[in-house]
Design a protein around this ligand. Structure first.
Ligand code: CA
Length: 209
């Protein structure tokens, strides 16, 4: 009788241990599930991760490069694949020609705008990517034809950073700016009719991680 009770007691003890292990495992799995939901939620709502998430809707893959020389400054600057990184931006040179407004729309659909040139270094970098026998729309236009040139980010054209070819802009009817290689001035800007088809350059801000 005593042996029978001891054997039953041991059985109940094992059952309790098994149940405890099962309950603890379920609790741990639940905790992991909640944590993963929180991480997913942060990935989709936090900036800049929200931009990264949005960019995934236009671009299937993104390349990131380490930036900053100090360990404390280490961060990653990311551009969509096939876009060229320079400074704090990414650039894409179109392979097809289109009107200015459609070119801008194509950039917008990829989360970008037609390029805004802020420095000579930026212009030099961009022209290194271009074909000297073609011309390319910039994100610069004079919507009213009254000489008030403005960029696609709504900033007016600076008095100091402007790289027109000699004697350009030369026509109130030409309300969109292009960049073109002419001798002897080399790469510089020319005002052209907006409804002419050209290649174009899109620019977007890098995403920093
Ligand atoms: Ca012109």
């Amino acid at each position: 009788m005593v042996q029978e009770r001891q054997r039953r007691g041991k059985g109940v003890c094992w059952m309790l241990r098994l149940w405890s292990v099962a309950v603890i495992s379920i609790l741990l799995l639940s905790a992991c599930f909640v944590a993963s939901c929180v991480l997913t939620y942060q990935f989709t709502t936090d900036n800049p991760n929200r931009r990264l998430f949005e960019l995934h809707t236009y671009h299937s893959s993104i390349s990131c490069f380490s930036e900053g020389t100090m360990v404390s400054e280490k961060m990653w600057g990311c551009c969509p694949n096939h876009w060229k990184p320079f400074g704090s931006s990414c650039y894409l040179i179109s392979t097809k020609e289109n009107f200015w407004s459609i070119s801008e729309q194509n950039c917008v659909e990829m989360g970008a705008h037609l390029v805004v040139i802020n420095t000579e270094a930026e212009q030099t970098f961009i022209t290194q990517q271009l074909n000297e026998s073609l011309s390319y729309f910039l994100g610069l236009s004079d919507p009213q034809g009254n000489g008030k040139w403005q960029w696609t980010d709504n900033t007016p054209l600076s008095q100091t950073v402007r790289f027109w070819h000699p004697n350009e802009p030369n026509s109130p009817a030409e309300r969109c700016a292009s960049i073109v290689f002419w001798n002897p001035a080399k790469w510089a800007w020319n005002d052209v009719l907006c409804d002419t088809k050209r290649r174009s350059i899109c620019e977007m801000k890098k995403i920093y991680l």
